[in-house]
Design a protein around this ligand. Structure first.
Ligand SMILES: Nc1ncnc2c1ncn2[C@@H]1O[C@H](COP(=O)(O)OS(=O)(=O)O)[C@@H](OP(=O)(O)O)[C@H]1O
Ligand SMILES: Nc1ncnc2c1ncn2[C@@H]1O[C@H](COP(=O)(O)OP(=O)(O)O)[C@@H](O)[C@H]1O
Length: 636
């Protein structure tokens, strides 16, 4: 079953038709084989609200591939979708919708495999309730705990534990009660106020839509009865109006509209607004809905606003009630669910997307990670796939936000890998850290240009990267000697040396190397600011951090010098005997052996040390530097 444009259109039509009707948005989550597909299939079938085309397909597939004889195999209803996922077709979450005369339902179906945590996070961030499945024979598993944790993280306050396959434990009451007790304690520890446990058999239909005579000891509602009647609070935090601007609509010079979905509150024509983070104010001139002008816009509505004044508002800005604006900050305490295959490394730059805004961001500190089985808080220097943690976050620019507990749209974010563009984390902003709030940039009259002029040179950073023993230090040293002899003001920052002082606390794990490069890049930036020609000679093995270093400098100030020497040659030279020791297992995390080196993709200069002598290579570099130095009578 594919999620075709027709089905999306059908969903949109359904939502329109049932606007205003009581609706429950929920997600289903469970481990593989817990029976999630069968349960959902049964629920859809028994409420007789399957689309006809789906039913026909189900009857056909059941005969062909089903495991239930001539009966309908409900699992097949959903497994088509699973199969597409196996083939790597990108479907975040499949939304299904059905209803009874009491309520409409929108279900985000999230597959159970570990690697689909990402999809589950997407589903959870818009759901009001979660149905968590466990197999009665297996009880609460690590996966169950993880899913429940994710539900809690993303603000779901109502959970149903569907204890499935009760038929396979002879509808045993004590088995159910033991699982229910364990799960209720877990949910309570995670702050989930309402955890309802229901014993059922999706396959046999027990307690799914109607109470089962096979479990007379169970006095609670069937799953459907519960879903129809559970009361969920819909309040989304405060009442102040907020609209994250999705796009700026400028068909001609006469019209400038700001389009987006109202994330909170309501606003009327004439009301005073503030555009954040900039802080400029104006009044609402027009509110334009899909069918024409409106007097008022409220949470959930997609509208275009025009303002009385021409403000410089860009995509990603937030238009807010001027009397009750949200906070603006660039440092946060947050909770994070790491979903990247490569680990999270503090200090590494990622993109952060919040509302309609994307900004550069770094996790500055992992305060602790959380063991989903025990809730224990553990020290961590990195986060691996599916780990959750409390972190501090620093953004390159301030953003308007609300704590996640108050508004999911303005408090929820994702992190995106800058190289692959993959979503690597989902998170929630808890509160702003004010540490940077009172630190202002101090203006200094003597600037970089003045310092450079007095030295008669153009400051720059020559960033050498390459394997240990490739020749970075040798060549950098020759370059500096030559420039120095010509009267230039230079400085070499060498990895070995800086690691004796400023970076004495760092080792050679990936996370320590990230921090090592971050610090030395900042130091190099200060030295360039002081007017110097700086030569940085660090292995700097990761593209991501070299890119971060480059971003600190102005146009033409940063030259990446790739000292390109094959590993075998470095090993043959082995000037410090380190390769020999690494091969003997005496040094771990050695670059090129058991720690990666990511060669530059577009360095300004590549020096192949097996093809030319160090002196000749150094001379090439000196000439390159001199080519953009101001002429002042020095001779090369
Ligand atoms: N495990 C491991 N891996 C790589 N290198 C090691 C290691 N242990 C010690 N050394 C010595 O440390 C020097 C590299 O430090 P850097 O600060 O340049 O490394 S990095 O940029 O953080 O990767 C490097 O110096 P160079 O040979 O000049 O590159 C080595 O002498
Ligand atoms: N063309 C060359 N350029 C630089 N170094 C070379 C070259 N050919 C041989 N070498 C030798 O390779 C070794 C490089 O060591 P070093 O400069 O300390 O490398 P790194 O700083 O990259 O670890 C030195 O012993 C140097 O004499």
């Amino acid at each position: 079953m594919t999620v075709t444009p027709e089905r999306h259109a059908a969903l949109a039509a359904y939502l329109r038709k049932h606007e205003g009707r009581d609706q429950l948005r929920f997600i289903t989550c469970g481990s593989v084989d817990d029976g999630k597909s069968t349960l959902l299939g049964r629920l859809l079938y028994d409420t007789k609200l399957l689309f006809d085309d789906q039913l026909a397909a189900l009857a056909r597939d059941s005969k062909r591939h089903g495991t239930q004889g001539d009966a309908l195999d409900f699992a097949l209803l959903l497994d088509g979708l699973e199969a597409e996922r196996e083939q790597g077709i990108t479907i975040d979450v499949a939304y299904r919708f059905f209803g009874t005369d009491k309520r409409g339902f929108i279900v985000a179906d999230c597959p159970g495999h570990e690697q689909y945590t990402r999809n589950m996070a997407t589903g959870a961030s818009t759901a009001e309730l979660a149905v968590v499945l466990v197999d009665a024979r297996k009880g609460v598993l690590t996966q169950t705990r993880r899913h429940t944790w994710i539900c809690a993280l993303f603000g779901i306050r109502h959970v149903v534990l569907a204890v499935n396959k009760m038929d396979l434990v002879d509808y045993d009451r004590s088995r159910f009660e033991a699982i229910a007790a364990e799960y209720t304690a877990l949910a309570y520890a995670l702050g989930i106020a309402d955890a309802t446990c229901i014993p059922l058999s999706a396959l046999c239909g027990d307690n799914v839509t109607a109470r089962s005579p096979r479990m007379p000891w169970y006095e609670g509602p069937s799953l459907l009865e519960h879903l129809e009647t559970v009361r969920v609070e819909r309040a989304t935090g405060g009442t102040g109006f907020r609209l994250p601007v999705q796009w700026v609509n400028r068909p001609d010079h006469g019209f400038r509209g700001y389009a987006g979905t109202v994330a909170q509150g309501r606003i009327a024509v004439g009301a005073e607004i503030v555009a954040l983070p900039g802080g400029r104010r104006s009044r609402i001139a027009r509110i334009i809905g899909p069918d024409g002008d409106l007097e008022v816009a409220a949470a959930g509505q997609a509208v275009t606003l025009t303002l009385a004044d021409e403000l410089d508002i860009a995509r990603g800005d937030v238009i807010a009630d001027a009397a009750h604006p949200p906070q603006v900050a660039d440092q946060f305490a947050c909770r994070l669910l790491w979903m990247g295959d490569a680990p999270l490394l503090p200090g590494r730059p990622y993109w952060l997307k919040i509302g309609a805004r994307t900004v550069g961001a770094q996790v500055t500190e992992i305060r602790h990670k959380i063991d989903v089985n025990t809730q224990a808080e553990l020290a961590a220097k990195r986060l691996e796939l599916n780990e959750v943690a409390q972190c501090n976050l620093s953004l390159d620019q301030p953003v308007a936000f609300e704590p996640y507990a108050e508004n999911r749209t303005l408090g929820g974010f994702i992190l995106i890998d800058r190289q692959s563009n993959a979503t690597v984390a989902g998170g929630t902003l808890d509160f702003a850290l004010r540490r940077a709030g009172n630190v202002h940039w101090q203006h200094i009259d003597v600037d970089k240009a003045a310092r450079a002029t007095i030295k008669g040179q153009k400051p720059c950073c020559l960033w050498f990267t390459g394997l240990s023993g490739s020749g970075k230090s040798t060549i950098a040293n020759l370059v500096e000697r030559r420039l120095h002899a010509l009267g230039y003001h230079t400085y070499i920052l060498d990895g070995d040396n800086v690691r004796h002082g400023l970076n004495r606390d760092l080792g050679f794990t990936d996370e320590d190397r990230v921090e090592n490069i971050r610090r030395v890049a900042e130091v190099a930036k200060l030295m360039v600011d002081a007017g110097l020609i700086v030569l940085v000679s660090f292995i700097s093995p990761f593209r991501s951090e070299r890119r971060m270093a480059r971003a600190l400098f102005g146009e033409g100030e940063f030259l990446e010098v790739f000292v390109d020497t094959p590993l075998a040659e470095c090993e043959r030279r082995d000037p410090k005997g380190l390769y020999r020791r690494a091969r003997a297992g005496q040094i771990s995390n050695f670059t090129g052996i058991d720690s990666p080196y990511e060669a530059p993709e577009a360095p300004e200069i590549t020096l192949r040390t097996v093809e030319a002598e160090a002196g000749a290579l150094a001379q090439r570099l000196v000439e390159r530097v001199l080519s953009f130095e101001p002429a002042h009578g020095r001779e090369a």
